[in-house]
Design a protein around this ligand. Structure first.
Ligand code: CS2
Length: 453
């Protein structure tokens, strides 16, 4: 029997575990859409997937067991630093109509407080001068230029990262970089380019060597790159998608006119809670999300955060009860089947904090509400600055340099980081954040959490 595999119609930048556990599982259900992955840095994913011809096992883990599935929609993986021209050629293939991205927040090379392209970013400085780029945004620009030159329509650019209005942000940084390179190209992208926004959701911890052994034992296959994930999954995309991708609606993707209610709910309730939990949980000595929420005061803190500080800032998406959503999140966080490490979530805080915590603080205070629990999460982030390594955060050096002799001076230094904090918000939170950070610093995390229950 000859086996047919779907032809490549999507180029995906950032073939990490999240893409393979989320996007590829929808494409597996859909059938007919093959993915060519691109790794922007190392060859490790390509090398791990190649021996099984890019097939891999996806394991859905719940507290009571696991379900294995074979995924075969990935057709190959290019390692961009080895051959950047091949990536541009793949994007210019007429059979490709979509370029999707999971490159993490920092992969957009933007200023987190404003969403504007950081022209001083080393990869962007490189991409401004060289036709063979390094950054994801550089590849979008050069890939779109190659399409234009070949007389093809642009591919649809689908950002699947946890950023606010990720389609608009991707459009802005792409057009901005193109403008520096070729103003006509920038005008063409601005006029013809399609950049839907999306909300993606599935908890996918990094795969460990122990996971690899466990899946191999269960599936009786040698699989060097399995993915482990929770059973839950959600994908919401704005309805400006190219027609053919609208097929995704047949496999459970929600195609909606407005992303904001979905995205705010997810970024502020799930990711905001994740970040607060990560920083507080690490201060308290926990290692995983499930361990942290098993703690009574930590769970009570999260309930307070959702009910009293986050939900009042949200507009519920259609047919959604935000109280029920909070309950589902607690159950998902408590899943002992997955080992979701707090240290993984704690990474890159400078890129995550604005859309996960600060936007909520801003709205809560503007409505005359309280934001003390959110500010405690922020204080716990600051409490970790002293020990940050370069690989923990792209701003690690700046963050470490904020630590001063007194808690008040540390907070003042942190709030002056304009790439993270809008100055008006910084001024508004200075007094309460100083009080909360001082209390955390002097009395410790358990005392600070005790007041929540
Ligand atoms: C997490 C997310 O690592 C993190 O920062 O908050 O990866 C989270 O697990 C996903 O967004 C869930 O959809």
């Amino acid at each position: 029997m000859t086996e047919t595999r779907p032809p490549v119609r999507i180029v995906h930048l950032g073939l990490g575990a999240f893409c393979r556990a989320h996007i590829c599982s929808y494409l597996q259900d859909l059938g007919g859409w093959g993915v060519l992955g691109v790794s922007l840095r190392s060859a490790s994913v390509r090398d791990a997937l190649a021996p099984r011809d890019f097939r891999y096992t996806a394991a859905a883990l719940s507290s009571d067991g696991l379900e294995l599935r074979q995924i075969d929609v990935v057709r190959g993986c290019l390692v961009a630093p080895e051959d950047p021209a091949a990536v541009i050629a793949a994007m210019a293939d007429p059979a490709v109509s979509l370029v999707s991205l999971t490159v993490t927040e920092k992969g957009y090379c933007h200023d987190p407080a404003t969403g504007i392209l950081n022209a001083d970013h080393p990869a962007i400085r490189h991409d401004l001068r060289n036709p063979l780029p390094r950054s994801a945004i550089g590849f979008l620009v050069r890939g779109l230029a190659a399409r234009r030159q070949a007389g093809l329509a642009p591919f649809t650019v689908l950002s699947c990262d946890n950023l606010s209005d990720n389609g608009a942000l991707t459009r802005a940084v792409t057009v901005d970089l193109a403008r520096h390179i070729d103003p006509d190209l920038a005008d063409w992208i601005a006029a013809e380019g399609v950049f839907p926004s999306s909300m993606v959701d599935r908890i996918v911890p990094a795969t460990t060597p122990a996971d690899i052994e466990r899946i191999a034992a269960l599936s009786s296959r040698t699989d060097a790159a399995p993915v482990l994930h929770e059973p839950f999954s959600q994908w919401v995309i704005t309805d400006d998608l190219a027609d053919d991708i609208a097929e995704l609606a047949t496999v459970g993707v929600q195609i909606v006119p407005q992303i904001a209610p979905f995205e705010h709910m997810k970024l502020r309730m799930l990711n905001g809670a994740h970040s607060a939990l990560a920083y507080l949980g690490l201060c308290a000595g926990f290692a995983t999300v499930a361990e942290a929420v098993a703690d009574k005061s930590m769970a009570a803190y999260l309930q307070h955060l959702w009910q009293h500080e986050v939900i009042p800032t949200l507009t519920a998406p259609p047919d959604t009860d935000l109280g029920v959503y909070a309950g589902t999140l607690m159950t998902r966080f408590a899943n002992t089947g997955i080992q979701h490490r707090l240290s993984q979530i704690a990474m890159d805080g400078s890129q995550k904090i604005p859309q996960r915590l600060l936007a909520t603080v801003d709205d809560a205070l503007a409505q005359g509400g309280k934001a003390d629990a959110l500010l405690l999460g922020l204080a716990a982030w600051i409490a970790r600055f002293e020990t940050l390594q370069g690989s923990d955060d792209p701003m690690a050096n700046h963050l470490r340099a904020c630590v001063a002799d007194t808690p008040a001076q540390t907070v003042a230094n942190v709030l002056s980081l304009e790439t993270v904090f809008d100055p008006a918000l910084a001024a508004r939170i200075k007094t309460p954040l100083t009080e909360i950070y001082t209390a955390l610093h002097t009395t410790g995390v358990h005392r600070c959490l005790a007041k929540y229950g």
